[in-house]
Design a protein around this ligand. Sequence first.
Ligand code: ZN
Length: 318
Amino acid sequence: MSRGDHDDASSDPLYERLKTFEGRANTTGGRGKDPVNEPMIRHWCEAMGDAHPAYAGPDAVAPPTMLQAWTMGGLSGHAGLSSAYDEMSALLDAAGCTSIVATDCEQEYLRPLRPGDVITFDSLIESVSPRKTTKLGTGYFVTTRMDVRVDGELAGTHRFRVLKYAPARAGRKPESKPKPEPAPLRPRPVINRDNAGFWEGVAEHRLFIQRCTGCQTLRFPWLPGCNACGGQDWDTVEASGDGTVHSYVVMHHPPFPAFDPPYAVGLIELAEGVRMISNVVGAPYDKVRIGMPVRLEFQRYDEDLELPVFRALPGSEG
Ligand code: ZN
Protein backbone atom coordinates (compact mmCIF):
# COMPACT_ATOMS: atom_id res chain seq x y z
CA MET A 1 0.00 0.00 0.00
CA SER A 2 1.28 3.45 -0.79
CA ARG A 3 1.78 5.68 2.16
CA GLY A 4 -0.19 8.45 0.56
CA ASP A 5 0.31 12.15 0.94
CA HIS A 6 2.02 13.59 3.92
CA ASP A 7 -0.31 16.11 5.48
CA ASP A 8 0.90 19.02 7.52
CA ALA A 9 1.81 17.59 10.93
CA SER A 10 2.55 20.91 12.63
CA SER A 11 -1.12 21.70 13.15
CA ASP A 12 -2.33 18.31 14.27
CA PRO A 13 -2.95 18.07 18.01
CA LEU A 14 -4.12 14.46 17.65
CA TYR A 15 -0.76 13.53 16.16
CA GLU A 16 0.98 15.23 19.08
CA ARG A 17 -1.01 13.03 21.47
CA LEU A 18 -0.42 9.89 19.42
CA LYS A 19 3.34 10.58 19.44
CA THR A 20 3.32 10.18 23.21
CA PHE A 21 2.46 6.50 22.69
CA GLU A 22 5.69 5.85 20.82
CA GLY A 23 7.89 3.55 22.85
CA ARG A 24 5.10 2.60 25.23
CA ALA A 25 4.88 -1.05 26.14
CA ASN A 26 1.86 -2.87 24.83
CA THR A 27 2.68 -6.29 26.20
CA THR A 28 5.31 -6.95 28.85
CA GLY A 29 6.39 -10.41 29.88
CA GLY A 30 4.00 -12.27 27.60
CA ARG A 31 4.55 -16.00 27.63
CA GLY A 32 3.80 -18.47 24.84
CA LYS A 33 0.81 -20.63 25.67
CA ASP A 34 2.72 -23.70 24.53
CA PRO A 35 6.39 -24.40 24.14
CA VAL A 36 7.58 -24.66 20.54
CA ASN A 37 6.27 -28.08 19.59
CA GLU A 38 6.23 -30.61 16.79
CA PRO A 39 2.44 -30.88 16.31
CA MET A 40 2.05 -27.15 15.68
CA ILE A 41 5.03 -27.23 13.33
CA ARG A 42 3.54 -30.17 11.46
CA HIS A 43 0.12 -28.50 11.09
CA TRP A 44 1.75 -25.29 9.92
CA CYS A 45 3.85 -27.12 7.33
CA GLU A 46 0.81 -28.99 6.06
CA ALA A 47 -1.22 -25.80 5.80
CA MET A 48 1.64 -24.05 3.96
CA GLY A 49 2.46 -27.05 1.79
CA ASP A 50 6.04 -26.81 3.03
CA ALA A 51 7.80 -30.17 3.19
CA HIS A 52 11.27 -28.78 3.85
CA PRO A 53 13.26 -31.48 5.67
CA ALA A 54 14.62 -29.02 8.25
CA TYR A 55 11.18 -28.88 9.90
CA ALA A 56 10.90 -32.58 10.73
CA GLY A 57 12.91 -35.23 12.49
CA PRO A 58 14.99 -35.26 15.66
CA ASP A 59 16.91 -32.06 14.79
CA ALA A 60 13.83 -30.16 13.59
CA VAL A 61 13.65 -26.40 13.80
CA ALA A 62 10.41 -24.42 13.54
CA PRO A 63 9.79 -22.58 10.27
CA PRO A 64 11.06 -19.05 10.95
CA THR A 65 7.81 -17.55 9.65
CA MET A 66 5.98 -19.25 12.56
CA LEU A 67 7.53 -16.63 14.87
CA GLN A 68 4.27 -14.90 15.63
CA ALA A 69 2.33 -18.17 15.98
CA TRP A 70 4.12 -18.96 19.24
CA THR A 71 2.95 -15.68 20.76
CA MET A 72 -0.72 -15.97 19.86
CA GLY A 73 -3.25 -16.06 22.67
CA GLY A 74 -5.96 -17.96 20.83
CA LEU A 75 -9.64 -17.23 21.42
CA SER A 76 -9.15 -16.72 25.14
CA GLY A 77 -6.24 -14.31 24.70
CA HIS A 78 -3.49 -13.62 27.20
CA ALA A 79 -4.69 -12.66 30.66
CA GLY A 80 -3.58 -9.56 32.52
CA LEU A 81 -1.67 -7.76 29.81
CA SER A 82 -1.81 -3.99 29.70
CA SER A 83 -2.60 -2.48 26.40
CA ALA A 84 -1.37 0.93 25.36
CA TYR A 85 -2.58 -0.12 21.94
CA ASP A 86 -6.22 -0.32 23.10
CA GLU A 87 -5.88 3.09 24.71
CA MET A 88 -4.47 4.58 21.52
CA SER A 89 -7.15 2.87 19.39
CA ALA A 90 -9.86 4.40 21.56
CA LEU A 91 -8.31 7.82 21.01
CA LEU A 92 -8.29 7.27 17.25
CA ASP A 93 -11.86 5.92 17.27
CA ALA A 94 -13.03 9.01 19.12
CA ALA A 95 -11.38 11.17 16.45
CA GLY A 96 -13.31 9.37 13.70
CA CYS A 97 -10.50 7.00 12.67
CA THR A 98 -12.75 4.00 13.18
CA SER A 99 -11.47 1.82 10.34
CA ILE A 100 -8.34 -0.26 10.30
CA VAL A 101 -6.38 -2.08 7.64
CA ALA A 102 -3.19 -4.08 8.03
CA THR A 103 -0.60 -2.78 5.59
CA ASP A 104 2.55 -4.82 6.08
CA CYS A 105 4.59 -7.02 8.35
CA GLU A 106 8.35 -7.53 8.67
CA GLN A 107 10.14 -10.23 10.58
CA GLU A 108 13.79 -10.70 11.53
CA TYR A 109 15.14 -14.03 12.72
CA LEU A 110 18.14 -14.17 15.04
CA ARG A 111 18.18 -17.77 16.19
CA PRO A 112 16.16 -20.84 15.25
CA LEU A 113 13.33 -22.00 17.49
CA ARG A 114 13.28 -25.71 18.32
CA PRO A 115 10.71 -28.00 19.93
CA GLY A 116 10.84 -27.51 23.68
CA ASP A 117 11.82 -23.83 23.54
CA VAL A 118 9.68 -21.73 25.87
CA ILE A 119 9.19 -18.29 24.43
CA THR A 120 8.44 -14.97 26.06
CA PHE A 121 7.55 -11.80 24.26
CA ASP A 122 7.27 -8.08 24.73
CA SER A 123 5.62 -5.66 22.38
CA LEU A 124 5.57 -1.92 22.12
CA ILE A 125 4.20 0.81 19.93
CA GLU A 126 7.28 1.64 17.90
CA SER A 127 6.09 4.52 15.78
CA VAL A 128 3.10 6.53 14.67
CA SER A 129 3.19 8.36 11.38
CA PRO A 130 1.98 11.90 10.87
CA ARG A 131 -1.51 12.11 9.43
CA LYS A 132 -1.62 10.71 5.90
CA THR A 133 -4.26 10.74 3.25
CA THR A 134 -4.61 7.56 1.23
CA LYS A 135 -7.27 6.33 -1.16
CA LEU A 136 -8.95 4.59 1.77
CA GLY A 137 -9.15 7.71 3.86
CA THR A 138 -7.13 9.88 6.22
CA GLY A 139 -5.41 8.47 9.26
CA TYR A 140 -2.20 7.30 10.88
CA PHE A 141 0.15 4.38 10.26
CA VAL A 142 0.91 2.64 13.54
CA THR A 143 3.84 0.24 13.79
CA THR A 144 4.06 -2.23 16.66
CA ARG A 145 7.14 -4.33 17.36
CA MET A 146 7.17 -7.63 19.15
CA ASP A 147 10.41 -9.13 20.43
CA VAL A 148 10.36 -12.88 20.94
CA ARG A 149 12.91 -14.39 23.33
CA VAL A 150 14.04 -17.80 24.47
CA ASP A 151 15.84 -17.89 27.85
CA GLY A 152 16.16 -14.13 27.60
CA GLU A 153 17.90 -14.32 24.25
CA LEU A 154 16.30 -12.48 21.35
CA ALA A 155 15.13 -15.06 18.80
CA GLY A 156 13.24 -12.80 16.42
CA THR A 157 11.40 -9.57 15.89
CA HIS A 158 7.99 -9.09 14.36
CA ARG A 159 6.87 -5.67 13.14
CA PHE A 160 3.27 -5.11 12.18
CA ARG A 161 1.89 -1.96 10.63
CA VAL A 162 -1.71 -0.86 10.33
CA LEU A 163 -3.44 2.20 8.98
CA LYS A 164 -6.11 3.45 11.37
CA TYR A 165 -8.22 5.87 9.41
CA ALA A 166 -11.43 7.75 8.83
CA PRO A 167 -12.99 6.19 5.73
CA ALA A 168 -13.03 8.53 2.75
CA ARG A 169 -16.56 7.52 1.85
CA ALA A 170 -18.07 7.43 5.33
CA GLY A 171 -21.81 7.96 5.24
CA ARG A 172 -22.22 7.20 1.57
CA LYS A 173 -24.98 4.69 1.02
CA PRO A 174 -23.93 1.71 -1.09
CA GLU A 175 -26.99 2.09 -3.33
CA SER A 176 -26.25 5.74 -4.12
CA LYS A 177 -25.17 6.35 -7.67
CA PRO A 178 -21.37 6.28 -8.05
CA LYS A 179 -19.82 9.31 -9.66
CA PRO A 180 -18.39 8.60 -13.09
CA GLU A 181 -14.71 7.94 -12.48
CA PRO A 182 -11.91 6.68 -14.68
CA ALA A 183 -11.98 2.90 -14.71
CA PRO A 184 -9.91 1.61 -11.80
CA LEU A 185 -6.81 -0.37 -12.70
CA ARG A 186 -6.20 -3.95 -11.73
CA PRO A 187 -3.81 -4.47 -8.84
CA ARG A 188 -0.17 -4.71 -9.93
CA PRO A 189 1.68 -7.97 -9.34
CA VAL A 190 4.40 -7.85 -6.71
CA ILE A 191 7.59 -8.57 -8.65
CA ASN A 192 10.65 -9.51 -6.63
CA ARG A 193 13.92 -11.31 -7.19
CA ASP A 194 12.26 -14.67 -6.52
CA ASN A 195 9.63 -14.33 -9.24
CA ALA A 196 11.15 -11.83 -11.70
CA GLY A 197 11.86 -14.60 -14.22
CA PHE A 198 8.19 -15.49 -14.36
CA TRP A 199 7.19 -11.93 -15.23
CA GLU A 200 10.01 -11.61 -17.78
CA GLY A 201 8.46 -14.66 -19.46
CA VAL A 202 5.00 -13.10 -19.39
CA ALA A 203 6.40 -10.02 -21.14
CA GLU A 204 7.47 -12.35 -23.98
CA HIS A 205 4.15 -14.21 -23.91
CA ARG A 206 5.77 -17.29 -22.43
CA LEU A 207 4.79 -19.10 -19.26
CA PHE A 208 7.73 -20.55 -17.36
CA ILE A 209 7.49 -23.15 -14.62
CA GLN A 210 10.35 -23.57 -12.17
CA ARG A 211 12.06 -26.97 -12.02
CA CYS A 212 14.34 -28.09 -9.19
CA THR A 213 17.62 -29.19 -10.71
CA GLY A 214 18.19 -31.45 -7.69
CA CYS A 215 15.06 -33.61 -7.85
CA GLN A 216 13.38 -32.37 -11.06
CA THR A 217 10.17 -31.43 -9.21
CA LEU A 218 8.22 -28.72 -11.01
CA ARG A 219 6.86 -25.89 -8.91
CA PHE A 220 4.44 -23.05 -9.32
CA PRO A 221 4.11 -20.30 -8.21
CA TRP A 222 7.78 -19.38 -8.20
CA LEU A 223 9.59 -19.87 -4.91
CA PRO A 224 13.22 -19.56 -3.79
CA GLY A 225 13.50 -23.25 -2.84
CA CYS A 226 12.16 -26.70 -3.60
CA ASN A 227 9.43 -27.98 -1.28
CA ALA A 228 10.28 -31.58 -2.15
CA CYS A 229 14.02 -31.65 -1.40
CA GLY A 230 14.92 -28.20 -0.09
CA GLY A 231 17.23 -27.58 -3.04
CA GLN A 232 17.79 -23.97 -4.06
CA ASP A 233 19.01 -24.52 -7.63
CA TRP A 234 16.51 -24.45 -10.42
CA ASP A 235 15.92 -23.99 -14.10
CA THR A 236 12.69 -23.55 -15.99
CA VAL A 237 10.49 -25.38 -18.43
CA GLU A 238 8.11 -23.53 -20.69
CA ALA A 239 4.45 -24.47 -20.32
CA SER A 240 2.82 -25.80 -23.48
CA GLY A 241 -0.22 -23.66 -22.69
CA ASP A 242 -2.65 -26.58 -22.47
CA GLY A 243 -4.56 -27.04 -19.26
CA THR A 244 -7.84 -27.94 -17.63
CA VAL A 245 -9.95 -26.29 -14.96
CA HIS A 246 -9.06 -28.24 -11.81
CA SER A 247 -11.41 -26.17 -9.66
CA TYR A 248 -12.94 -22.72 -9.63
CA VAL A 249 -14.88 -20.24 -7.56
CA VAL A 250 -17.30 -17.58 -8.72
CA MET A 251 -16.67 -14.25 -7.02
CA HIS A 252 -19.81 -12.30 -6.15
CA HIS A 253 -18.64 -10.43 -3.09
CA PRO A 254 -16.80 -8.38 -2.02
CA PRO A 255 -16.51 -6.18 -5.10
CA PHE A 256 -12.95 -5.06 -5.86
CA PRO A 257 -12.15 -2.06 -8.02
CA ALA A 258 -11.31 -3.10 -11.59
CA PHE A 259 -13.20 -6.37 -11.26
CA ASP A 260 -16.75 -6.77 -12.38
CA PRO A 261 -18.53 -9.50 -10.38
CA PRO A 262 -19.68 -12.14 -10.82
CA TYR A 263 -16.61 -13.67 -12.44
CA ALA A 264 -14.91 -17.04 -12.34
CA VAL A 265 -11.48 -17.55 -10.82
CA GLY A 266 -10.02 -20.83 -11.97
CA LEU A 267 -7.42 -23.13 -10.51
CA ILE A 268 -5.89 -24.29 -13.77
CA GLU A 269 -3.99 -27.54 -13.95
CA LEU A 270 -1.34 -27.15 -16.62
CA ALA A 271 -0.51 -30.10 -18.85
CA GLU A 272 2.86 -30.22 -17.05
CA GLY A 273 1.05 -31.01 -13.77
CA VAL A 274 1.40 -27.80 -11.75
CA ARG A 275 -1.59 -25.61 -10.97
CA MET A 276 -2.02 -21.87 -11.18
CA ILE A 277 -4.75 -19.44 -10.31
CA SER A 278 -5.99 -17.40 -13.23
CA ASN A 279 -9.07 -16.08 -14.92
CA VAL A 280 -11.07 -18.18 -17.34
CA VAL A 281 -12.07 -16.13 -20.38
CA GLY A 282 -14.25 -16.95 -23.34
CA ALA A 283 -17.01 -18.55 -21.25
CA PRO A 284 -19.64 -16.94 -19.04
CA TYR A 285 -18.88 -17.28 -15.33
CA ASP A 286 -21.72 -19.77 -14.86
CA LYS A 287 -20.49 -22.02 -17.67
CA VAL A 288 -17.07 -22.69 -16.20
CA ARG A 289 -16.79 -26.33 -15.15
CA ILE A 290 -14.28 -28.63 -13.50
CA GLY A 291 -12.40 -30.54 -16.19
CA MET A 292 -13.03 -27.89 -18.86
CA PRO A 293 -10.13 -27.79 -21.31
CA VAL A 294 -8.52 -24.38 -21.57
CA ARG A 295 -5.68 -22.79 -23.50
CA LEU A 296 -3.19 -20.17 -22.34
CA GLU A 297 -3.27 -16.72 -23.79
CA PHE A 298 -2.07 -13.32 -22.68
CA GLN A 299 -4.54 -10.56 -22.01
CA ARG A 300 -3.66 -6.91 -21.87
CA TYR A 301 -5.57 -5.02 -19.17
CA ASP A 302 -3.92 -1.63 -19.43
CA GLU A 303 -0.76 0.04 -20.66
CA ASP A 304 1.40 -1.60 -18.00
CA LEU A 305 -0.35 -4.84 -17.28
CA GLU A 306 -0.55 -8.01 -19.27
CA LEU A 307 -1.51 -11.28 -17.59
CA PRO A 308 -1.69 -14.95 -18.50
CA VAL A 309 -5.34 -16.08 -18.68
CA PHE A 310 -6.99 -19.26 -19.91
CA ARG A 311 -9.52 -19.38 -22.68
CA ALA A 312 -12.24 -22.01 -22.63
CA LEU A 313 -11.88 -24.13 -25.74
CA PRO A 314 -14.88 -24.01 -28.11
CA GLY A 315 -17.58 -26.53 -27.25
CA SER A 316 -16.19 -27.16 -23.76
CA GLU A 317 -18.79 -25.19 -21.83
CA GLY A 318 -20.80 -27.10 -19.29
ZN1 ZN B 1 13.95 -30.62 -5.39
